[in-house]
Design a binder for this molecule. Sequence first.
Ligand SMILES: [Fe+2]
Ligand SMILES: [Fe+2]
Length: 264
Amino acid sequence: MIRLLFIGDIMGSAGRKAVAGSLESLVDTERVDFVVANVENAAGGFGITAGVLEELERYQVDVFTTGNHVWDKKEGVPLLDAHPALLRPANYPDGNPGRGWCVEETAAGVPVAVVNLQGQAMMPPINNAFHTADAVLEEIREQRPDVRIILVDMHAEATSEKQGMGFFLDGRVTAVLGTHTHVPTADERILPNGTAFQTDVGMTGPYESVIGMKPKKVLERFLYNTPRPFEPAKRDLQLRGALIDADESTGTATAIRRVKVEVG
Ligand SMILES: [Fe+2]
Ligand SMILES: [Fe+2]
C-alpha cells in the first residue's frame, strides 16, 4: 500500500504558514509516502517565486502542480523549465515553458507520475484537457512503463468538467483531484473502476476570506463593479487536501479521505 497526500491551492504567506504548521506531523501520523501540492497562488496569492518554492521544498513536498495563476509572477515563469518537479497544466499550447507531467520516487523507490491539466469551461482559452490527458497517458506508458501510480490535478472551474475527467480517466489513473475553486467538496469517492476522485480538495490558506482574499476588498468589487485591488487574508489558517491509499502493484486506489487541519 502506498499513501499519497494531495494539498489544494496554497494561498499566499498564510497558506505557506498553514503548511509549515501542519505538514510534518501530518506526514508522520498518517505515514504519508508522497506529497503533491498545488502552488499556483503560493506567492502573495498570484503565481510563484524561487524563494517560495524553496520554502515549500523544505516542508517535504515532492511535486508541485499549478494552474492559470502560474504565469502571474514574471520571475516565476522561468522556474517552469528549470525545476523538474514543478508542473503547469499540460494542455497549454506547445511553445510555452515547462512541462505538464513528471515522475518522482517515494523514499522506498516507488515511481509516482503526476499530471497537471486545466479545464476549458469559464477559464482562459486552452487546449482540450481530455484529448491532452489521452496523449499524456500514452507518453507515460512509452517513456515510463514502470509507473503504476498516476495522480492527476484537474484544475478547473466547472464541477461537471472535473467530474467528467474523473470518469474519463477512471481505471486508467490512481486519482483525479480537482483544484482552482478554493472550496472543498464533500464528494470524495472511489469511482467504479478504481480511481479516487474529489471534485475540489479546497484551498490551503486563510478561511476567514472570500476564496483567500480579504472579504472587504472582494465586496468592493461586487458593490461598485470597478477594479479594486485584492489583498490576501491572514486568519483561520487551514490545510485542506486529500489522502489517497493505493495498491502500488496495480495503481488502483483503495481509499480516499478528505483532510482538514486547523492551524490557527
Ligand atoms: Fe487557485
Ligand atoms: Fe486557478
